[in-house]
Design a protein around this ligand. Structure first.
Ligand SMILES: Cc1cc2nc3c(=O)[nH]c(=O)nc-3n(C[C@H](O)[C@H](O)[C@H](O)COP(=O)(O)OP(=O)(O)OC[C@H]3O[C@@H](n4cnc5c(N)ncnc54)[C@H](O)[C@@H]3O)c2cc1C
Length: 349
């Protein structure tokens, strides 16, 4: 008796009933839907973080399927539903628990895992923010998925998410695809422009309870720096490097930044000198920034520094050396003494 399957020809019994192989491609994941964690900011009011809305804007542009948003908190989040829907969320999972107003990475991760197992998304995205960086790897590990961190471009081809991110210290851009499902990525804040999907402010909200107990008791917290905004949020950065010789120039840079509505940042050398706190450092071991304009005063453009400014919209370098490596990525080079030009700019403004 011939024991081979009449559909696939293999010996023994196939796991699927005859005929099914014609309809299903076993190599293609059946997961569908895109899930985004919408981070909530609670500084000066309660609102959705722009980093999350940026990802949502991009997701809606490249993805036709259902988009699921996830938020954590209590009833104070209700006014945010309309904004989530207007940016393209179809279904919003609200994990409603007062205890989750504070960030508890383990609890957030457990909740997102439960939701992911329920909706079986093909893609999960979140911001490469401090909270996103802490949560995404936990979630990826618990789902047995790969994770591409810190992406600066996303596109979709069929069911495949193509994720682009700087590699080798920013010297090249790598396009990465995942061989596991869900395909997971974190996205660098400030990478994509905000774009509302429609005037639609309605959608489905599903409340969920967090049943676990993965909480840490926070016994105290301390601000490492002032209440000033993070440099990653600045639209204009006046950035100083070791071409600046006098510490007084920092006051002038602050004055220029204020007049332009921006902030001051720096290269690592000035952090090492003790002139700036590390939170102001741009680059591979500092912050990745995406301002509209990045003014680099006396910064050479090392690989490590460039890695942090790859997504700046416009780079203007002020340097006495016309061949400084920053010229490769600068939109404009102004050749001259950094401090004199800074002073002159302050005077003109
Ligand atoms: C693992 C690792 C991680 C790192 N991470 C970072 C990081 O996150 N961020 C970072 O910035 N660096 C980082 N670095 C350090 C990095 O390699 C460089 O040393 C650093 O970026 C150089 O800073 P700079 O451009 O201010 O100084 P320099 O490289 O010394 O450049 C100074 C520039 O100023 C110009 N200049 C001098 N005098 C004047 C003047 N009077 N007027 C105008 N221009 C003038 C010079 O022509 C030169 O181009 C890292 C290094 C390592 C090994």
């Amino acid at each position: 008796m011939n024991n081979s399957c009449r559909d696939c020809g293999q010996s023994g019994e196939c796991r699927l009933p005859p005929g099914m192989l014609e309809q299903y491609d076993l190599g293609t994941p059946t997961a569908d839907g895109l899930m985004i964690w919408l981070e909530v900011s609670r500084h000066a009011g309660v609102f959705l973080e722009s980093s999350s809305l940026e990802i949502l804007s991009k997701a809606r542009e490249i993805y036709d399927g259902r988009i699921f948003g996830v938020v954590f908190g209590d009833i104070e989040l209700k006014p945010l539903y309309a904004e989530a829907f207007s940016y393209g969320v179809d279904t919003l999972y609200h994990v409603k628990d007062r205890r989750l107003i504070d960030f508890h990475p383990e609890a957030y991760c457990e909740s997102m895992k439960e939701i992911a197992e329920r909706i079986n998304p093909s893609i999960i995205l979140m911001g490469a923010t401090p909270r996103g960086r802490e949560t995404a790897p936990r979630l990826a590990a618990s789902l047995g998925a790969g994770l591409t961190a810190d992406c600066t471009e996303l596109s979709i081809e069929g069911t495949v998410l193509r994720m682009t991110r700087p590699a080798f210290g920013g010297s090249l851009m790598a396009e990465i695809v995942s061989n596991s499902v869900p395909q997971m990525a974190t996205v660098r804040p400030g990478t994509f422009p905000l774009k509302k999907a429609s005037g639609n402010t309605a959608g489905t909200v599903i409340y969920r309870q967090y049943g676990g107990n993965s909480f840490k008791t926070i016994i105290g917290s301390e601000k490492r720096y002032s209440d000033e905004k993070d440099i990653t949020e600045a639209k204009i950065l006046v950035s100083l490097g070791s071409g600046i010789r006098n510490r007084e120039a920092i006051c002038i840079a602050e004055s220029v930044a204020k007049k332009l509505g921006g902030m001051v940042s720096c290269s690592r050398t000035l952090v090492d000198k003790g002139w700036f706190p590390q939170i102001k450092q741009v680059g591979q071991s500092g912050r990745n920034v995406s301002p509209e304009i990045y003014l680099a005063f006396g910064i050479s453009g090392s690989i490590q520094h460039k890695a942090g400014i790859m997504t700046a919209r416009k780079i203007i370098a002020i340097n006495k050396d016309p061949d400084a490596p920053i010229k490769d990525i600068a939109d404009e080079m102004i050749i001259g003494d950094a401090e004199s030009i800074l002073k002159e700019l302050d005077r003109i403004l």
